[in-house]
Design a protein around this ligand. Structure first.
Ligand code: ADP
Ligand code: MG
Length: 594
């Protein structure tokens, strides 16, 4: 009940939305407005896919209009040429789009930086010209005489009829994307932004995840195209060209590119604005043309300068945020892997070498980590510590030498496979998803301990697993002492707390070895003390830790053994107080002593 009251504006919106076409006489909505609303709905479906792909996944696509075209042409062709049911046309359109998107995605989604948007422009243009040049699709004249949709015996003949179908699909798209984002694969998708190296280290197959959301966004576009074809009863290539691809992107950005409802708002704003400008601008300029594109462009620049988040944040509080992850109590805990006996040799780095061109960053370095120990890997800047760290975590492969973990060689494995074997890591420069709660961020660490994929997440068949993952994340958050911040946004924490969050996230993958890259860098004295206390406590609980550190004082009273590197070479190894007196170490750190 409380939720219904709180979401009052949202329910009002839904009631008005569904009552509009059937309002009686004095409030009767003219046909023209129904048509506009139908188009807003159709555009929303495409823009929702773009929110997922661009706003959340971080991949800009200018080519969505082409997928709308595939959905529209598939049903147009099949229903007019072979007289099949439009619903078969829908299935064919969706499957064809998914297949094409999968192939295109497998090629273009791996492109980085500006190459990806350029790639989407290339295939957006290619598909447009294909529609216009294929004899069987009627070339630039297109296909006419597309039949009316029939749903449950009702002919969706007028705009007022198909209106309901369109808006039910819009709501379905919103709910499906919200469910997806609030799930195990959804958290992986939200971690894709930037390089994706954090997600990979948590066991996420980022290349595959990118293809998945690309296909999902394309399928939404194809469904919109299907509805469009049966609304218009005719198709031609014009609405599937590149400038419409750009308009879809505008809609997502104007609304608020990382909010699902923002897509609907953006579609509404741009459709109404375009309608208004198309009558206004020719009057002002005395000429016909696509001048509204120029106004859109200016609007876009202003928006990116002054309201990065789009218009959505200004109306966001009126709408529900979609399901929020909570940490339940009493659920069946996740299974844990078998732990090594104390003192067992866990990690063995043997004469490992890494060359970057002519530079030897790591020069035949060897050391072991025994179970239940904290080992410090220290050395001045540029000594090769991070490179060694990357060789152990699978970010880099050694030029020579071997790395063995629990008796298995791991030096040829990638970071995902290494995470799967039980090595958890943190990053020298904190990598978290600032807009996500602490709980959700930590739950990314449990990615490999869940199974639910995209389908199960969309229809919410993942609930019992979700509860177990959240309970595990909450357990690790309590273990490191961040429980007060469970539902705070990760970006609002102090740097020291963000570092601790990363440790909780690494613990969430149930590691037997924890690798920390300069965890004390940038921390205040008090925060360093808290961090050291936490690491000691983890050791008492049986955790093994390899700590890369620049700060000699921090490691002195914490570690069981130290390995010292300088210019890529191991110059000392032993108990901390021995190493501290080693002349070579003093030379390296202090530039020699008297
Ligand atoms: P540390 O972490 O001890 O400060 P690094 O392992 O980051 O040192 O770097 C060791 C040396 O290797 C440095 O001279 C650095 O410039 C070089 N180096 C590190 N990564 C690369 C790379 N990807 N390509 C070329 N040189 C690199
Ligand atoms: Mg480093």
């Amino acid at each position: 009940m409380k939720r219904i009251v709180k979401n009052g504006p949202f329910w009002m919106f839904l009631i008005v939305l569904f009552a509009l076409p059937v309002l009686p006489k004095p409030l009767h909505v003219p046909e023209y407005w129904i048509t506009l609303l139908n188009y807003i709905g159709l555009y929303s479906i495409v823009a929702i896919g773009l929110v997922l792909l661009t706003g959340i996944g971080g991949m800009t696509s200018f080519g969505q209009a082409a997928f709308v075209g595939i959905g529209a042409y598939a049903t147009a062709y099949l229903t007019t040429q072979f007289g099949v049911s439009p619903w078969l046309g829908l299935i064919a359109g969706v499957l064809l789009t998914a297949l094409i998107a999968w192939v295109l995605g497998a090629v273009t989604m791996r492109l980085s930086g500006h190459f990806l948007p350029l790639g989407t422009i290339a295939w957006g243009l290619a598909l447009f010209f294909l529609f216009g040049n294929l004899e069987l699709l009627g070339k630039y004249d297109g296909i006419n005489g597309i039949p009316v949709l029939n749903l449950l015996g009702i002919d969706l003949e007028t705009g007022r009829h198909i209106y309901y179908l369109i808006w039910i699909v819009v709501l379905g798209a919103v709910v499906s994307v919200q469910n997806l984002l609030n799930s195990r694969p959804g958290r992986a998708i939200r971690a894709l932004r930037g390089s994706g190296s954090m997600a990979e280290a948590m066991g996420v197959d980022t290349g595959w995840m990118r293809v998945v959301i690309f296909v999902y966004a394309a399928v939404l576009a194809a469904i919109s195209g299907f509805l469009y074809a049966h609304l218009q009863r005719a198709v031609n290539p014009t609405p599937f060209g590149l400038n419409h691809g750009i308009e879809y992107l505008f809609m997502a950005v104007v609304g608020g590119v990382s909010h699902v409802w923002g897509a609907v708002l953006g579609a509404a704003i741009l459709t109404l604005l375009q309608d208004y400008l198309q009558t206004l601008l020719p009057k002002l300029l005395g000429e016909n043309g696509n001048f509204e594109m120029i106004v859109f462009g200016i609007l876009m620049v202003l928006l990116l300068q002054h309201a990065r988040g789009g218009v959505w944040p200004f109306v966001a509080r009126l709408f529900p945020r979609g399901p929020q992850a909570r940490a339940p109590n009493d659920v069946h805990p996740l299974p844990m892997r078998s732990k090594p006996a104390a003192g067992e040799r866990l990690l063995s780095v043997d004469k490992v070498r890494k060359e970057f061109g002519g530079l030897v960053a790591v020069n035949d370095v060897s050391f072991d980590v025994k179970s239940g120990h904290i080992i410090g890997l220290i050395g001045p800047n540029g000594a090769g510590k991070s490179t060694t760290f990357n060789l152990v975590t699978g970010v880099l492969q050694p030029t020579r030498g071997t790395v063995t973990f629990r008796g298995e060689r791991i030096d040829a494995l990638n970071s995902r496979e290494i995470a799967r074997r039980g090595i958890g890591r943190t990053f020298q420069h904190v990598k978290l998803v600032p807009g996500m709660t602490v709980l959700e961020n930590v739950a990314i660490g449990a990615h490999l301990r869940g199974r639910a994929g995209v389908w199960r997440s969309i229809v919410r068949l993942n609930r019992s697993e979700e509860a177990r993952l959240m309970a595990e994340a909450a357990r690790q958050i309590r273990r490191v002492g961040l429980e007060k911040h469970l539902y705070d946004e990760a970006g609002s924490l102090a740097l020291g707390q963000q570092r601790i969050l990363e440790i909780a996230r690494a613990l969430c993958c149930d590691p037997t070895l924890l690798l920390l890259d300069e965890p004390a860098a940038g921390l205040r004295y008090q925060e360093k003390q808290q961090l050291a206390a936490l690491l000691r406590r983890l050791r008492e609980e049986g955790m093994s830790i390899l700590l890369v550190e620049h700060d000699m004082d921090f490691v002195m009273n914490l570690t069981d053994r130290l390995v010292v590197m300088e210019f890529g070479t191991r110059i000392a190894e032993g108990l901390p107080h021995e190493v501290q007196r080693d002349p070579a170490v003093l030379e390296a750190y202090l530039g020699g002593v008297e």
